[in-house]
Design a protein around this ligand. Structure first.
Ligand code: 5GP
Ligand code: ZN
Length: 145
């Protein structure tokens, strides 16, 4: 879809800090992260909402989010957990009309930082953050699970 910002990112027409990519999916850092490493996972093919997303693509989208959450635990971000969230439809406060799964790394005791991040949502060291997650992904993949 030509006017969709996430489709533009897929096509390389809009900038994004990429974390992972294969033929069908792309993961990149959220431009306004709630915590360091806040990542969005999207199917490359445009679907606005879950209603029009291929059912298998939905399962694969979550699987990739699952792997990224585990990669974040294994990365220098030292995540202890993650919030995985998908806002489906404007009724659920979806603001970008291209299905995306949020993977938001969390640490024990980060409640105050998380609350501040929700308000400020500032990006810092995006390249280093993406590199750390990619290293975590390689560690996860080397476990062969
Ligand atoms: P939603 O509320 O639709 O679930 O979340 C949309 C997310 O996309 C927000 O967290 C927002 O910061 C992020 N976002 C919006 N536009 C862009 C963009 O151009 N690039 C990136 N990397 N993230 C974006
Ligand atoms: Zn799109």
């Amino acid at each position: 879809m030509s006017s969709c910002i996430f489709c533009q990112i897929v096509r390389g027409e809009a900038p994004a800090t990429r974390v992972y990519e294969d033929d069908d999916f792309l993961a990149f850092l959220d431009i306004r992260p709630i915590t360091r490493g806040h990542t969005l996972v999207i199917p490359k093919q445009h679907s606005t909402e879950l209603e029009d997303l291929d059912r298998d693509a939905g399962a694969r989208l979550f699987r990739l989010g699952h792997h990224l959450a585990l990669a974040m635990r294994r990365s220098d971000l030292a995540a202890d957990g993650a919030n995985l969230a998908l806002n489906d439809g404007t009724a659920a406060f979806q603001t970008v009309g291209h299905v995306h799964l949020h993977v938001v790394p969390r640490q024990h005791g980060d409640k105050l930082r998380f609350a501040t991040g929700l308000v400020l949502r500032r990006s810092k060291d995006a390249e280093a953050t993406a590199a750390a997650i990619r290293t975590g992904l390689r560690k996860f993949e080397s476990e062969g699970s």
